[in-house]
Ligand binder design. Structure first.
Ligand SMILES: Nc1nc(N)c2c(n1)CN(C(=O)COc1ccccc1N1CCC(C(=O)O)CC1)C2
Length: 165
């Protein structure tokens, strides 16, 4: 199997870089969930065990996608999910491209070196959180979309895509 040449990290963050608090996402922007779903649809998703646990049970596994959960607990199992001991092992399980890495914080940091694409939703909110987006190293080039307003409560958000030239 060839290694996937498109390894995308996908996350939503506040402008200050908060991605989560106490195991969940402290906002509700349905347009972002739709964005996440459309970007990842039909492709394998890799996530950490805490992110798996953070998904409401009715959404586990994420439908229509191969779900690979990174956990050091080799006896961990869940219906509809495969497990791997590291991000590298999870990516090695996947021969195709793209593969989407969907968190959480620790997983993003360990995947940054092999990522080829960052798909970031910036939500214009100033909320506290215990989990932060990974630092984006030098060399990545951002392309920011226009600010949009959520139909739910007007919260502003935008897509920011990062590539490596
Ligand atoms: N930009 C970006 N990156 C990320 N990594 C993520 C997002 N946004 C949004 N996320 C979540 O809210 C995590 O998921 C959920 C959490 C609570 C309720 C439903 C969900 N699900 C949303 C996706 C649905 C699907 O895709 O089928 C299944 C239900 C992860």
């Amino acid at each position: 199997m060839s290694a996937p040449h498109f390894v995308g990290l996908i996350w939503a963050q506040t402008t200050a870089g908060v991605i989560g608090d106490a195991g969940s996402i402290p906002w509700h922007v349905p347009e972002d969930m739709a964005h996440f779903k459309s970007k990842t649809a039909e492709h394998p998703v890799i996530m950490g065990r805490k992110t798996w646990d953070s998904l409401p049970a009715k959404f586990r596994p994420l439908p229509g996608r191969r779900n690979i959960v990174v956990t050091r607990n080799s006896s961990w199992t869940a219906d509809g999910a495969e497990n791997a001991p590291s991000v590298a092992d999870a990516v090695a399980l996947v021969g195709e491209s793209p593969v989407w890495i969907m968190g959480g914080g620790e997983i993003y940091r360990s995947a940054m070196d092999i990522a080829t694409h960052l798909e970031v939703t910036e939500v214009d909110l100033d909320v506290e959180g215990d989990t932060k987006a990974p630092e984006i190293p030098d060399g990545w080039v951002a392309t920011a979309g226009e600010w949009q307003s959520s139909r739910v409560d007007g919260t502003r958000f935008r897509w920011v895509e990062y590539g490596k030239p």
